[in-house]
Design a protein around this ligand. Structure first.
Ligand SMILES: Cc1cc2nc3c(=O)[nH]c(=O)nc-3n(C[C@H](O)[C@H](O)[C@H](O)COP(=O)(O)OP(=O)(O)OC[C@H]3O[C@@H](n4cnc5c(N)ncnc54)[C@H](O)[C@@H]3O)c2cc1C
Length: 496
C-alpha cells in the first residue's frame, strides 16, 4: 500500500471506525477469476491477480457477487432495474480511487456505469456484467463563507447540499426530492423550485474535477479546460467521472412562501388549464408547477404549487391571479422552511418501487391535451400515478441556448407523467400503460426531453434532444472519450 493510500485509509479509519473498515470486503474476496462484460457486450475474464491488484489500489471497497453489501450496492432508485448484476462495484472514496477504476475499466475494455446518487430513472447507473464506479462514499460538502462557494463530493445527495448551505443562509438551486444525487442532476442541467430566480443548477456551477477516459484528473472551469466546462453543463456523464463540483451559492432562506392551492376533481381540469396562463405570466420570483396529487384520505386533487423567492410581503401581489381564479378546495400556501420542504416529497418517491416515468418539454399549450391527460390518469389496482407540469422561463431563459451544453433555454414547460407499483408481475401491463399514455400525449408535446428524465427513448430522440449543441458535443466526445467508454448515459456517440 502506497503512502498516500495509507493516509487516505487513516482518514477513513477515523470517520468510519476501525470495526466498520474491517468489514469492508477487499482482496480476500477474490478466490477465483471473474466473468465480466466488455464495453461492446462481449464476454471477458478478469483474472484473480488482476482483481487483487485493482482491489489493492482502492482505499475503499471492491464488491462482486457474493461479497457483503453487493446486493444493496447494486440497486438503484428505480426497482424496475433490480435484476441488473454488475461484475464489480468499485466504491470510491476519493479521486485517486476513481482514477484507478477508470484505468482498470479502460485497460480491460469493461462496460462501465457511473453512480452518484443512484436516481437514474432509466437505470443507467447500474449495468449487467460490467463495472459500476460508485461515488456514494464521497458525500462531503464544504462551504467557503468568504466567497459563498460550495465544494461538493460526487456522491452527495441534495439533502447533504441543502443542509450544509442552509446552515449559513445559502442555497444552491437544485431539485425537489432530497434523496436525488447532486452529480447526475447537475450534469444533466438541474431544474427545481428556485430556477426561475436563480437559474438551473449548472448556472451556479463554477468548476468540476473530472477524471476523463484517459485516466487524467482535470479541472474544468471558465479558466481551465473551458471546452470541457461547457460540455459538463448539460452533457451528462459523457466526458468522464466528476469527482467534485464547485458552486456559487446564493443568499436564501431559511423560509420562503411555498405550498399551493388544491382543487377537487370537479375543478381539476379548469385548474390545470388556468395554470398555463398563470405560469406564463408569473414574475421571475414566482416558481409555478401544476399536477395531480392524492391526499391523505386517498382522494385525488389537482394542485397549483408555488414558490415565491423574494420579499415575502410582496408574494400576495404575485398570487393575485390565482386568488381571483378561486374554486379552491384548500389553500396550503404558507411560510415554508426550505430544508423541510425539500424532503416533503421524499416518501412519495421512495426507493425500490417500480417506476415508469417520462418527461417532455412543451412549448405550446393546447387545451385539448387535458382531455388526454385526464382520460389516462386513471388509478389502477396497485398502481399510483404521477403528473406534474413545471414552468421554465425566468432566469433559465435569460441565457443563450449555446452558452452551455443544456439546449432547452427556450422551453416553456416540462411535463412528467407516469406511475409506480410494487408487484413485478404487473410490470408488463403498467409499462405498456405508460407507453400508451405517452403515445397519446405526444401530439401535444415537443420531441425534446430533459435528458435527466430519460426512460426508454431511442438514441435518435436523445440526439435530437441535444438540439443544435449536438455537433459541438460530438467534437468534445471525440476529444475526451473517443472509444465511448462512458456510454451508459444520454449518449453522445463519438465519430472517430
Ligand atoms: C425521485 C426523483 C426526483 C427527481 N427530481 C428532479 C428534480 O427536481 N430536478 C431535476 O433536475 N431532476 C430530477 N430528477 C432527475 C435526476 O436529475 C436524474 O435522475 C439524475 O440523473 C439523478 O442523479 P443521480 O446522481 O442521483 O443519479 P445516478 O443514477 O447516480 O446517475 C445518473 C447518471 O448520471 C451520470 N453520473 C452520475 N454521477 C456522475 C459523476 N460523478 N460523473 C459523471 N457522470 C455521473 C451517469 O451517466 C449516470 O448514469 C429526479 C429523479 C428522481 C428519480
Amino acid at each position: 500500500m502506497g503512502k498516500s493510500q495509507m493516509k487516505r485509509r487513516d482518514v477513513l479509519m477515523t470517520s468510519l471506525g476501525a470495526a466498520a473498515l474491517a468489514s469492508i470486503p477487499g482482496k480476500e474476496a477474490f478466490a477465483s477469476d471473474l466473468a465480466a462484460v466488455t464495453r461492446t457486450g462481449e464476454e471477458t475474464t478478469l483474472t484473480r491477480p488482476e482483481l487483487k491488484e485493482f482491489a489493492d489500489s482502492l482505499t475503499y471497497a471492491l464488491l462482486s457477487p457474493g461479497t457483503p453489501r453487493y446486493d444493496s450496492a447494486r440497486k438503484v432508485w428505480n426497482g424496475i432495474w433490480d435484476s441488473r448484476r454488475p461484475a464489480l462495484i468499485a466504491q470510491c472514496a476519493d479521486s485517486d480511487d476513481v482514477v484507478s477504476a477508470v484505468n482498470f475499466a479502460r485497460t480491460h475494455d469493461l462496460l462501465v456505469a457511473v453512480r452518484g446518487g443512484g436516481h437514474s430513472i432509466s437505470g443507467m447507473s447500474v449495468c449487467d456484467g460490467g463495472l459500476v464506479i460508485d461515488l456514494s462514499p464521497m458525500r462531503t460538502v464544504l462551504t467557503d463563507l468568504a466567497t459563498k462557494t460550495v465544494r461538493v463530493g460526487a456522491g452527495a445527495l441534495l439533502s447533504d447540499l441543502d443542509r450544509e448551505t442552509q446552515n449559513y443562509g445559502l442555497v444552491v438551486p437544485a431539485g425537489v426530492v432530497s434523496h436525488t444525487g447532486v452529480a447526475g442532476l447537475t450534469l444533466g442541467g438541474g431544474i427545481g423550485r428556485l430556477m426561475r430566480m436563480y437559474g438551473l443548477t449548472i448556472d451556479s456551477l463554477l468548476a468540476v474535477d473530472i477524471v476523463t477516459a484517459d485516466g487524467q484528473l482535470r479541472r474544468a472551469s471558465k479558466d481551465e479546460n473551458q471546452d470541457l466546462f461547457w460540455g459538463v453543463r448539460g452533457g451528462g456523464g459523457n466526458f468522464g467521472v466528476v469527482t467534485a463540483f464547485e458552486y456559487q451559492a446564493h443568499t436564501f432562506g431559511p423560509t420562503y412562501i411555498g405550498g399551493g392551492i388544491l382543487y377537487s376533481m370537479e375543478h381539476a381540469k379548469d385548474a390545470l388549464d388556468f395554470s398555463f396562463e398563470f405560469s406564463e405570466n408569473a414574475p421571475d420570483e414566482l416558481g409555478v408547477n401544476a399536477g395531480m396529487t392524492v391526499m391523505e384520505d386517498g382522494t385525488a386533487a389537482a394542485i397549483i404549487g408555488i414558490t415565491y423567492v423574494g420579499d415575502e410581503s410582496k408574494a400576495e401581489r404575485a398570487l393575485q391571479p390565482l386568488r381571483k381564479f378561486g374554486r379552491e378546495l384548500r389553500d396550503v400556501t404558507r411560510k415554508a422552511n426550505y430544508v423541510n420542504e425539500q424532503s416533503g416529497r421524499d416518501a412519495a418517491n421512495s426507493h425500490g418501487r417500480l417506476y415508469y416515468i417520462k418527461g417532455r418539454h412543451m412549448n405550446d399549450y393546447d387545451p385539448k391535451m387535458l382531455d388526454v391527460l385526464f382520460e389516462r390518469w386513471k388509478p389502477a389496482p396497485g398502481r399510483y400515478t404521477t403528473m406534474r407540469i413545471v414552468r421554465f422561463g425566468g432566469a433559465v431563459s435569460q441565457i443563450d441556448n449555446d452558452a452551455t451544453a443544456w439546449p432547452h433555454r427556450h422551453a416553456m414547460w416540462d411535463i412528467e407523467v407516469g406511475g409506480h407499483w410494487t408487484d413485478p408481475d404487473q410490470s408488463e401491463e403498467y409499462v405498456q400503460w405508460g407507453r400508451d399514455y405517452w403515445d397519446a400525449l405526444e401530439p401535444y408535446t415537443s420531441r425534446e426531453l430533459y435528458l435527466n428524465e430519460l426512460m426508454d427513448e431511442e438514441q435518435d430522440q436523445v440526439t435530437e434532444s441535444y438540439g443544435n449543441n449536438y455537433k459541438r458535443l460530438v467534437e468534445l466526445k471525440n476529444k475526451y472519450d473517443p472509444t465511448n467508454l462512458f456510454r451508459l448515459n444520454a449518449n453522445i456517440e463519438p465519430t472517430v
